[in-house]
Design a protein around this ligand. Structure first.
Ligand SMILES: [Zn+2]
Length: 452
């Protein structure tokens, strides 16, 4: 929405709704073209017969590597230096290609970019703020959309159904007087709710609006859903909508948070994983198993649990064995849903969401999220901040109705034990966890400089 931003924020809300719809139509044409239609149909039809996933992956991999060799100077040189001859005869041979680190993607950015038109810009970045530019072609975006829509379709949600989306975008101007923090994108029947304005004073208004709109699906940033759901539960405000499914994106949730959202909004959650760099999608099927959409790429797991992604639909900035910074555990299981994609047992950590101990150990989100479980209901939300190797600051939002002083002592004790006495722990009660510029709230704010 960048170009039109100044016009948007100086317009009355009803004009902003029209602008949102117009912008929605531009995106619509970009995202739902012929490539989208073809892939979406293919995925639906595939449900009817058994496919050989690895065979298909090898074909797609070879097509992609051939493209990289022809259009990206970086890969051309890399394949030459390592005597990679295409086509590969089996998937295992992918391991002969050296890993692409974040540092390489940053420093060799221009060489890695393919010499084709890739007008869609994606930006990635850690908390340290060094961002990396990645480009996509329109076709890349359409393939991604087809897979996302197929994922939703398997859960009974189709395009055009009333959809409520929690977004990190700013929708309301700072000067806006009326408490309207949502806009309608009529092109796809989507009501956008900005999470930037959610706070204890406005949360009830969000619930009212959700009830009025009565969405058939809810998606977007879970931190917004959690805040609204928590408010509804705390004050006993009923949610009358009955969506078919909820699709959170981009952030990790604890088990408790997931249950809370499902309970308050009366619908099951189906989670997905997709990194902003363009990793292949991993999404939950109706049996709750996380399948790799193998048509989009390959995920390898290194010894330390970090993943390498090869993503067939990154033609602007091709990613081959890219160490994206996330962690997963693969599973050998099969699933009765019939999806041929490999199953991911768990997504163990995203990016730099960990606490670094002095002895080299890292504590990841999963473990930290469990801490608050020991204090049911009296702590609403926490954030861990690590700015140096010696000290951890934990912010927490106490539920003023039941939080007592001894709870803080217990909390301190549990954290001391978790960090093995290697860290100073500082506890700070706050009324709210501060939001990032993106609108999200982080569980772990890792501010240590990134290792090269
Ligand atoms: Zn399944």
């Amino acid at each position: 929405m960048q170009l039109k931003q100044s016009i948007y924020f100086h317009s009355p809300i009803f004009i902003q709704n029209i602008l949102t719809t117009i912008y929605g139509r531009v995106l619509y044409q970009e995202r739902y073209g012929p490539v989208y239609q073809k892939r979406f149909q293919e995925l639906k039809e595939k449900e009817q017969f058994r496919v050989h996933a690895q065979h298909e992956q090898l074909t797609r991999l070879n097509q992609f590597l051939t493209f990289c060799q022809a259009y990206s100077p970086y890969y051309q040189e890399l394949f030459k230096n390592h005597q990679i001859s295409l086509p590969l005869q089996q998937l295992e041979e992918l391991k002969m290609i050296p890993v692409l680190s974040k540092e390489l993607l940053r420093t060799r950015n221009a060489d890695i970019h393919a010499k084709i038109r890739a007008p869609i810009l994606g930006k990635t970045g850690g908390t340290t703020g060094k961002s990396i530019q990645v480009h996509y072609t329109k076709e890349d975006m359409q393939i991604r959309m087809a897979h996302l829509d197929y994922f939703k379709w398997t859960h009974g949600v189709e395009r055009g159904m009333r959809r409520a989306s929690f977004t990190g975008q700013t929708l309301a101007a700072a000067t806006q007087k009326s408490p309207v923090y949502w806009r309608m994108n009529k092109t796809i029947n989507q009501m956008l709710f900005t999470i930037k304005n959610i706070n204890p004073q406005t949360a009830a208004l969000y619930i009212e609006q959700l009830n009025r709109f009565n969405p058939e699906s809810i998606d977007g940033l879970p931190s917004g859903m959690i805040e609204v759901a928590r408010h509804a539960k705390k004050y006993g405000i009923p949610c009358t909508c009955r969506p078919k499914a909820i699709f959170p994106t981009a952030e990790m949730m604890t088990r408790e948070e997931r249950h809370l959202i499902e309970e308050v909004f009366h619908a099951p959650i189906f989670d997905q994983y997709a990194s902003s760099e363009g990793a292949p999608i991993v999404a939950e099927c109706r049996y709750g198993k996380k399948h790799l959409h193998y048509e989009m790429g390959i995920i390898e797991v290194e010894e330390d649990g970090q993943i390498l992604v090869t993503s067939f639909d990154t033609h602007g900035t091709p990613l081959v064995r890219y160490r994206v910074g996330d962690r997963m555990t693969l599973s050998e299981e099969t699933c009765q849903c019939g999806h041929a994609g490999p199953i991911i047992a768990s997504i163990d950590g995203r990016g730099r969401s960990f606490i670094q101990l002095k002895d080299g150990h890292r504590i990841f989100e999963g473990e930290l999220a469990g801490i608050v479980r020991a204090f049911p209901n009296c702590i609403e939300r926490v954030q861990y901040i690590q700015a140096d190797e010696e000290e951890i600051v934990m912010l927490y939002v106490p539920d003023e109705r039941c939080f007592r002083e001894e709870h803080e002592k217990e909390l301190y004790f549990v954290l001391e034990r978790l960090f093995g006495g290697q860290m100073e722990v500082l506890l700070r009660a706050v009324p709210e966890i501060p939001k990032e510029i993106s609108g999200k709230t982080l569980l772990i704010k890792q501010l240590l400089p990134e290792a090269p």
